[in-house]
Design a binder for this molecule. Structure first.
Ligand SMILES: Nc1ncnc2c1ncn2[C@@H]1O[C@H](COP(=O)(O)OP(=O)(O)OP(=O)(O)O)[C@@H](O)[C@H]1O
Ligand SMILES: [Mg+2]
Length: 308
């Protein structure tokens, strides 16, 4: 649905987006993650046909940005990282204004406005003034606005920034619903962990360059040098530690709060033999699990160039 080939944007001599190869398939929810100034907004504005690439190609729904921009616009919904003007309108007027701009006629227009308000959980605000809405509601209204013409692709530039935890969760639930409806979504954020649950694919950008792309699992495998297991046994932790340490496939073992933390050698993928060995040697296993990935650490390592 979205594909970029060597996509590049220069502002004067400054390279804001550098040779970007992105690939987003139909139905994907793609998390576009990077620190301030990484080039997220610049990339999204190019995909939204609002900025011309300096070099390279961006394709959205098979159409090339800059050549077929008019074909792309009805197929996408772009939510910028700021809420625009029109604040002195009522919610219903605001949405009807944009629906009219999208060429949606009455009586269908009224129906569509009611539908998007319901979807974004703003029905009770239909007669409220836009400038009286909370920040979270305004953000949902921005999303409602780009759903009016039922686009296939949503481009969302940091829709959760500046929101409190509850409003963030509400936005995430809304995006999950849109994903279930089959929309292809590209969403940017500073925070990898915020998108981990929502997105099936992520791309990490820093200083204009894509430093990693893939599923969260693939990204974590790239970052993590080796797998760490947490193993809990009933009693005899020290004996279990010695036994584990004597295995060639185990790099290191510590005991932390009675739980064994076992770092495996880098080539080990199937570690089930360790559970079997412990049980065979008479240990009673309480827990045996891979330590959950730490997304914050992964993000810091990737954006500091610690992982190639
Ligand atoms: N119109 C412009 N003229 C010159 N430089 C610009 C312009 N727009 C953006 N830049 C620069 O390009 C780089 C990328 O900016 P961009 O807004 O795309 O980053 P971002 O990843 O969206 O950052 P943020 O997380 O802060 O929103 C920044 O260094 C920025 O200063
Ligand atoms: Mg930005």
């Amino acid at each position: 649905m979205i594909q970029t080939i060597a996509l590049t944007k220069r502002y004067g001599n400054f390279l804001a987006v550098d040779n970007l190869h992105l690939s987003v398939d139909e139905g994907d929810c793609y998390g576009f993650i990077g620190p301030n100034g990484a080039g997220k907004t610049t990339t999204i504005r190019m995909l939204a046909t609002l900025l011309q690439p300096t070099w390279g190609v961006a394709r959205v729904c098979g159409h090339v940005v800059g050549m077929h921009s008019r074909k792309i616009r009805p197929l996408i919904g772009f939510v910028p990282d700021y809420f625009g003007a029109y604040e002195d309108m009522l919610v219903q007027e605001y949405l009807e204004f944009f629906a009219a701009a999208y060429g949606i006629r009455n009586p269908h227009r009224k129906r569509v406005v009611v539908d998007v308000l319901e979807l974004t959980d703003l029905s009770v605000k239909i007669s409220a003034p836009v400038n009286g809405l909370s920040r979270g509601m305004k953000q949902r209204l921005s999303i409602a606005r780009v759903l009016l013409h039922n686009p296939k692709v949503l481009l969302l530039d940091e829709p959760a920034s500046g929101l409190d935890p509850r409003a963030r969760i509400e936005i995430r639930e809304l995006l999950k619903e849109l994903k279930r409806m089959g929309k292809t979504i590209l969403i940017s954020s500073h925070i990898l962990s915020e998108l981990a649950e929502l997105c099936n694919k992520v791309g990490i950008i820093e200083r204009g360059k894509l430093v990693a792309q893939g599923s969260i699992g693939e990204i974590m495998r790239k970052v993590r040098q080796r797998t760490v297991l947490r193993i809990g046994v009933i009693g005899e932790a020290e004996r279990a530690r010695q036994l584990l340490e004597s295995q060639g496939d185990v790099a290191e073992v510590h005991i932390e709060d009675g739980v064994l933390k076992v770092a495996l050698a880098s080539h080990v993928e199937d570690y089930s033999f360790l559970a079997k060995m412990l049980v065979d040697r008479g240990h009673k296993l309480l827990t045996f699990q891979e330590e959950p990935a730490n997304l914050e650490t992964a993000f810091m390592q990737l954006t500091q160039g610690l992982v190639q």
